[in-house]
Design a protein around this ligand. Structure first.
Ligand SMILES: [Fe+2]
Length: 390
């Protein structure tokens, strides 16, 4: 936010119940929201980890009927959430409870819309599509700390035919209540901890530097950057470090609020492109060229870059030039990526010859329009080439 003479919205919905073992209050809360039968949505990984059992017990214990959908897939393809909604319609549920990472929460958000709106989901992903009616009661319980989907009003889905990420968004694509229980993230392996944590960091840094950044998104994003820098390495090193897990759950949540009040931009434009083309982890894909992106935009939003640097613990105040602040943030991000074991473009087995196609597709991604600086596909190619050399 380079000046305050601007108009902006502040939206800090939904309500959140945060803290250790809060997920065991799911039943009580759903009952309070008036639910009599809910569709519980999760994936096979969360099922194997045994996470849904106790939560479902709490739901049944509150006298609420349960139907389940266990088929969530990463980068949720359209047909999976149609399947999920079909179960919800057949079972006549009056609520949806998601337990999982971003893909699970986004599947639940989209399926919930289809409980009260006609299929297919694709029609709601296009500008000027039909107006959506509100869905049913939706409670989201994250088991990772990165996506922020528990508090955002978007769901990112995959159109398998076009091999493109497609989104739905708006007030009805938001939880009625989020329950953030950091204990659920304890079993996450180091690589997923790092990938999802890098997603949260990308949300925060992109929100701070996007063309819609504002004083509220700045406050949230700065705090998120500071927390991720301090606690993500600890959570990666020791997954049972409850303090680190708690701080990361909080950071991911406020980074979600930061970007929904501002926007993500070039990092996610590149990330979505790499995700659609190669199915590499979302956070790694968003962070892979983030250092070069920050350097590229530093001449357009110098104050925002200084703020990113200061939140990272760097001395990027007025005593250094904007260009140097950009370089300092770039180098610190490269170090941080290494420290938490994030893969480079080469390590992700992406061929140098594929970079022009990736750049072209990223420049056409709708989030690229939120860049504070006019950005061509040639600009993105230059950034990708620089990132490739690392
Ligand atoms: Fe993201």
């Amino acid at each position: 936010m380079e000046g305050i003479l601007m108009e902006f919205n502040i939206n800090l919905l939904p309500p959140v119940l945060f803290g250790t073992d809060t997920s065991l209050k799911a039943g009580e809360r759903l009952k309070g929201l008036g639910c009599t039968k809910v569709l519980v949505v999760y994936d096979q990984g969360v099922k194997k980890a045994g996470i849904p059992d106790k939560i479902i017990e709490s739901v049944k214990g509150a006298g609420i009927g349960v139907a389940v959908y266990e088929g969530v897939q990463a980068d949720p393809p359209f047909h999976t959430l149609e399947e999920c909604a079909e179960i919800g319609r057949k079972e006549n549920v009056d609520g949806v409870l998601a337990i999982g990472g971003g893909s699970t929460m986004d599947t639940a958000k989209a399926a919930n819309i289809l409980l009260t709106n006609p299929s297919p989901i694709k029609q709601y992903t296009v500008r000027g599509g039909p107006v959506m009616k509100p869905g049913k009661i939706l409670v989201l319980i994250p088991t990772t700390s990165g996506t922020g989907s528990e508090v955002t009003s978007v769901a990112v889905l995959t159109d398998p035919e076009e091999k493109k990420k497609k989104g739905i968004g708006g007030n009805f694509v938001r939880a009625t209540l989020a329950i953030v229980d950091p204990l659920l993230t304890v079993g996450m392996p180091p690589s997923i901890t790092a990938d999802t944590g890098m997603d949260a960091l990308s949300h925060a840094i992109e929100a701070l530097t996007a063309n819609r950044a504002n004083p509220m998104s700045d406050v949230l994003a700065e705090k998120a950057v500071t927390l991720v820098m301090a606690y993500l390495p600890k959570a990666v090193k020791d997954g049972s470090d409850i303090e680190a897990r708690t701080k990361m759950s909080f950071a991911a949540m406020i980074a979600g609020w930061a970007f929904i009040n501002s926007n993500t931009q070039l990092g996610h434009a590149v990330g979505h492109t790499l995700g659609s083309m190669y199915h590499i982890p979302h956070g790694n894909a968003c962070g892979v060229a983030l250092p070069e992106i920050v350097e590229f935009i530093s001449d357009t939003v110098p104050e925002a870059i200084r703020r990113v640097g200061i939140a990272m613990g760097l001395k990027t105040d007025e005593s250094v030039s904007a260009a140097n602040a950009g370089i300092m943030v770039r180098d610190a991000l490269i170090d941080f990526n290494r420290k938490i074991g994030q893969k480079t473009l080469k390590q992700l087995n992406i061929k140098e010859s594929a970079l022009p196609e990736i750049a072209k597709s990223a420049a056409a991604e709708f989030l690229a329009a939120s860049s504070p600086k006019k950005t061509s596909s040639d600009d993105i190619l230059k950034m990708l080439k620089a990132a490739y050399m690392r």
